[in-house]
Design a protein around this ligand. Structure first.
Ligand code: ATP
Ligand code: MG
Ligand code: MG
Ligand code: MG
Length: 576
């Protein structure tokens, strides 16, 4: 590719709504363009990255025996009514109506459609197992789309669905996918962890998330540095209490005021006067789920046990509340709930329990507590004077860094991650609901045993940037860089020797299958370097008249602080 023929459009400043570094850098590097909330155009530079992600995913899917198809983005509501999801799914499911007043959905995922295909096409056990996948646009009307491609509303997902004869077969298919995912994420060149996730009603351990490690991640993951144990926080929490806990040493990634503090100190921090009675607890989250309700109920029970006249636990949704990066402002809470906020949550949690405290509560020990300010947290908070019975506290707390690992192989640590993939054993949930059966060897119809497997194709580049950047810009891993090598000729316009060397090197690299871009725009070196450092091309070769006289060019990796002279005759070998 020649830069003069490509579309390069870099910006000095990121737009104000870009809160995280990946969003800022993707905007500044001209990789994406915003069209609406959570809706982006993949610009040529960004699309190259996405295509590389897709290629790796395709190769590994095919290697694992999955077969590609493409299912419609617009899907008739009837199918979604068969499983009940048309009614049950919340506003994340975008429902639309055509001119005949028929209902449709824009696919957020495709279990219904693929199960419909299976019940038509897979009639005999002899056709099993099968694994169908697609790389296709999804739409989820996320409560708060944010962080660019990280949590878009329209995004690209790879979704695969396996069909098996029986549970053992399905578990084998699951393992094959879980292995393929490891190969895929290894190839991306990112630091990631596969963590056990909740498999919902099905039970068992057959659900794993693939989390790219990043301080800005929305998920918390619990792992044991000295063993293979790793789970997401919800799953880790489900483990039996671990007995007496050591004092928490670290909870969230940035805790400016570690150590113990009292309710009064917290109140001071929050600027909220400590009042007399607890009227209600409001649990404010982005998305209300069972876990939050359980936590709320437990807190309520604790408070009742403590003879407080608190008699209400509200599970409240607060529009626009984003946890982890931006907490609701006090004004928003006052407006929405009619009271002033403070919040508490078990150590390590990222979903704070919002406590509207009109009285000092005598039950919360060693919790993490936060003001409505980014990264402003206290650990080891004792909320109130009298501490509760220890087992009750243990029961409502999450896993704490320093807890013994359930495998007995060390102690637990907590870090943040970005969910880039998810593998899930579904059992017969969808096949039963949709009466999708095949004829087994004994001639009897049986429902398919299913699994589903997703990868956030467009979230992945954002996750890669969160993990790989510096003050100058993005640092792409080779596997998904928009270009692997950039050639920067200095003074190409004026110097025939530079032009000739650059053109020749460009052609040679192309002939060797290197994904190279020649910066023939005629920009000054400073502009060229700044652009490519921002865009994050990992390998740069600079050609100048002076060096070429000695037969030398300069090589610099994006992570290097200085260039290395390399003989022109060696540079192709050097880059390969
Ligand atoms: P999250 O917990 O981040 O909301 P999810 O668990 O709802 O994700 P899945 O249903 O497991 O997502 O979908 C599979 C994959 O699709 C996820 O692992 C993630 O990488 C990606 N994904 C999900 N939602 C989005 C989104 N809004 N924007 C970009 N990618 C997404
Ligand atoms: Mg989601
Ligand atoms: Mg998730
Ligand atoms: Mg998931």
């Amino acid at each position: 590719m020649r830069a003069s023929q490509f579309h390069i459009s870099t910006l000095k400043e990121a737009p104000a709504d870009a809160e995280v570094v990946s969003h800022q850098l993707m905007m500044r590097a001209g990789m994406i363009k915003k069209l609406g909330a959570g809706i982006y155009t993949y610009m040529p530079m960004g699309l190259r990255v996405i295509r590389k992600v897709e290629r790796i995913v395709r190769e590994e899917m095919e290697r694992a025996g999955a077969i590609e198809l493409t299912m419609p983005i617009v899907q008739p509501a009837e199918l979604w009514q068969e499983t009940g999801r048309f009614g049950k799914m919340g506003p994340e499911l975008l429902r639309i109506r055509d001119r005949h007043e028929r209902d449709f959905v824009i696919q957020p995922t495709s279990e219904e459609v693929v199960t419909d295909i299976a019940r038509q096409d897979l009639r005999s056990y002899k056709q099993l197992p099968k694994n169908f996948y697609q790389i296709q646009t999804k739409f989820r009307d996320e409560r708060r789309p944010r962080f660019g491609l990280m949590r878009g509303r329209e995004f690209i997902m790879k979704d695969a669905y396996s069909f098996d004869r029986d549970a053992e077969g399905a578990q084998r298919s699951y393992q094959i996918m879980a292995q393929a995912y490891r190969r895929i994420f290894d190839r991306f060149g990112l630091r990631y962890r596969a963590v056990a996730a909740d498999s919902g009603a099905i039970g068992g351990d057959l659900s794993e998330e693939f989390q790219v490690i990043a301080a800005t991640g929305e998920d918390a993951i619990v792992y044991c540095p000295t063993s293979d144990y790793a789970a997401n926080l919800e799953k880790a929490e489900a483990l039996p209490p671990q007995g007496p806990r050591p004092a928490p040493t670290q909870a969230l990634s940035k805790v400016p005021t570690p150590g113990r503090s009292t309710c009064a100190q917290v109140a001071e921090l929050l600027g909220v006067p400590l009042a007399r009675t607890v009227k209600s607890i409001v649990l404010a989250t982005d998305e209300i789920n069972e876990r939050d309700e359980v936590v709320a109920t437990r807190i309520w029970l604790l408070l009742l046990r403590g003879d407080h006249d608190m008699n209400e636990v509200k599970v409240g949704k607060l529009p626009g509340l984003a946890l982890g990066f931006r907490f609701a402002t006090e004004a928003e809470i006052v407006e929405h709930f009619g009271c002033r906020p403070g919040y508490l949550g078990p150590v390590g949690t990222r979903k704070p329990v919002m406590v509207v405290a009109d009285r000092e509560v005598a039950v919360m020990a060693d919790w993490i507590c936060g003001a409505n300010e980014v990264d402003h947290h206290l650990t080891g908070v004792n909320w109130g004077r009298d501490l509760p019975e220890p087992d009750l506290v243990a029961d409502i707390r999450n896993v704490v860094a320093g807890d013994p690992s359930p495998d007995g192989q060390g102690v637990l640590a907590i870090e943040r991650g970005i969910e880039v993939g998810h593998v899930f054993y579904l059992g017969t949930k969808y096949s039963r609901a949709m009466n999708a059966t095949f004829l087994d060897e004994d001639g009897k119809p049986k429902p398919f045993e299913m699994g589903c497997y997703g990868i956030g194709i467009t979230r992945l580049p954002a996750a890669a940037i969160e993990q790989n950047h510096d003050e100058r810009g993005i640092i792409w891993p080779d596997a998904i860089a928009p270009f692997t090598v950039v050639l920067c000729p200095i003074g190409m316009e004026r110097s025939p020797s530079v032009r000739e060397a650059a053109e020749r090197l460009y052609e040679t690299l192309r002939a060797h299958g290197v994904d190279v871009i020649l910066d023939d725009r005629g920009e000054r070196p400073g502009v060229m370097f700044a652009d490519w450092e921002l865009i994050g091309v990992p390998h740069r070769v600079t050609l100048g008249e002076r060096g070429l006289k000695d037969g030398v060019v300069e090589y610099q990796h994006r992570r290097d602080n200085a260039a290395t002279p390399v003989p022109l005759t060696d540079i192709v070998e050097w880059l390969r």
